[in-house]
Design a protein around this ligand. Structure first.
Ligand code: SAH
Length: 400
């Protein structure tokens, strides 16, 4: 628990822009803060009082001298006490939004900065929850965070998932462990009319990609009684939703055998296993093979991992998105549908859409855009932080 009286003070440099912070921007970059010896010596995650160059208070921040984001705004009140009670208020606010939006307790409960808990991601799976403490302060206060989560939500099982790129940028080591309760294999998750199986301990990210929910729901409407190809399927996100929506058949392609096993288990749990197949393969190779076999689908969905995770990777990433769209367009039956997705921060919607359209054109096809989707409302976006709007899904109808 950090009380205002025993807190160090950190100060913006004279030229640093305090207005953005006052208007809700949640970060201070390392070159904006006076980094004297005392500030540099603060332990990563220390809670401090932030002042502008004229010593006016800006708020309560978490400092990490080892990170480019040297301070993250925790509270605009410079006198806020940061502990279990404060965490409970934030989690309760996040919970009330999800409780309004969803009928069952399966959702992203906390989406970091946009939910007022910088760097903290919490996905809820009914009576279980997975916490990703991706900032040093959350690592330091992890026990309080888990306690607040249990008190507010009543979850019985808590998992700490300390994987992911963001932790390395904060100087944090990888660690995944069961913190509380028990876990008896993969957890069934009802979503989009299907049942998905999520591996909360050993799976990718927290076990399931909740962010695609609205886009899976839209795509499912495009293929009633049709043939579906779900490329980069993970546990069958798009395929199982489409099958639950009445698709005749779906083929899921992924390079991860464990993900495809979970997809099969999900298909069985959804009662659609007889209409579902998987293929473990590199997606690019698999799409070429399918084209060589003359396969055609009424709906093809491609949801690859982030090909442009940062600005340096942008050009190569856009070429990869173009290639995905080109290979996929060859597999779309005349008048069929193609849904392409990107979860790259660096590739914005305009660039991603242009790259996808180029790929479709190079496949000798034309299209109309039906739908542009983003992450669902359990992934709120802070208007000051464009980066938090990372996911794009664009649905095309291709020419006959
Ligand atoms: N569409 C999924 C999420 C996909 S995440 C959903 O709706 O839930 C991206 C997936 O791509 C991961 O499952 C990963 O295993 C897979 N993947 C990454 N590189 C791949 C490659 N070269 N070929 C096939 N699959 C790949």
């Amino acid at each position: 628990m950090s009380q205002p009286s025993d807190r160090p003070i950190v100060r913006l440099r004279p030229k640093a822009e305090a207005r953005a912070l006052r208007h809700g921007f949640p970060w201070v970059y390392a070159d904006e803060l006076v980094t004297d010896r005392r500030t540099k010596a603060l332990a990563p995650g220390t809670v401090a009082r932030l002042e502008d160059a004229e010593r006016r208070p800006l708020g309560t921040v978490a400092v990490n001298p080892a990170s480019k984001i040297i301070a993250r705004m925790l509270d605009r009140d410079a006198e806020a006490g940061i502990g279990v009670d404060w965490l409970k208020v934030k989690i309760d606010r996040a919970l009330s939004l999800r409780a309004r939006l969803y009928e069952t307790p399966f959702y992203r409960l906390v989406h970091a900065e946009a939910d007022g808990l910088p760097g903290v991601v919490i996905d809820r799976f009914g009576p279980a929850a997975v916490i990703q403490p991706n900032a040093a302060w959350a690592e330091l206060q992890f026990d309080a965070l888990a306690a607040a989560l249990v008190e507010v939500t009543g979850v019985e099982t808590v998992i700490k998932n300390g994987t992911g790129r963001a932790r390395a940028l904060e100087g944090l080591a990888e660690e995944t462990r069961l913190v509380q309760g028990a876990l008896d294999g993969p957890v069934p998750v009802p979503m989009n009319g299907a049942t998905y199986m999520a591996d909360l301990m050993g799976g990718q990210k927290t076990g399931l990609f909740y962010d695609q929910r609205p886009n899976q729901a839209f795509a499912a409407r495009l293929a009633p009684a049709g043939r579906v190809l779900d490329v980069f399927s993970h546990v069958g996100g798009f395929a199982l939703a489409a099958l639950a929506g009445g698709a005749a058949h779906a083929l899921a392609v992924d390079s991860s055998a464990p993900a495809l096993e979970l997809a099969q288990a999900g298909a069985a749990a959804s009662g659609v296993a007889g209409r579902f197949d998987t293929r473990k393969a590199d997606a690019f190779a698999a799409m070429e093979t399918l084209a060589a076999e003359g396969a055609l689908f009424d709906l093809v969905v491609c949801d690859p991992p982030a090909f442009a995770p940062n600005k340096a990777a942008l050009e190569a990433g856009l070429r990869a998105y173009e290639r995905v769209a080109r290979l996929a367009a060859h597999l779309v039956a005349p008048g069929g549908y193609l849904v392409v997705c990107s979860c790259s921060h660096a590739a914005d919607l305009t660039r991603f859409r242009a790259a996808s359209a180029r790929g479709i054109g190079r496949a000798g096809r034309r299209g109309q855009i039906l739908f542009t989707g983003f992450a669902g409302p359990d992934h709120p976006v802070l208007p000051q932080l464009a980066e938090s709007g990372y996911l794009k899904a664009v649905a095309f109808r291709l020419s006959p």
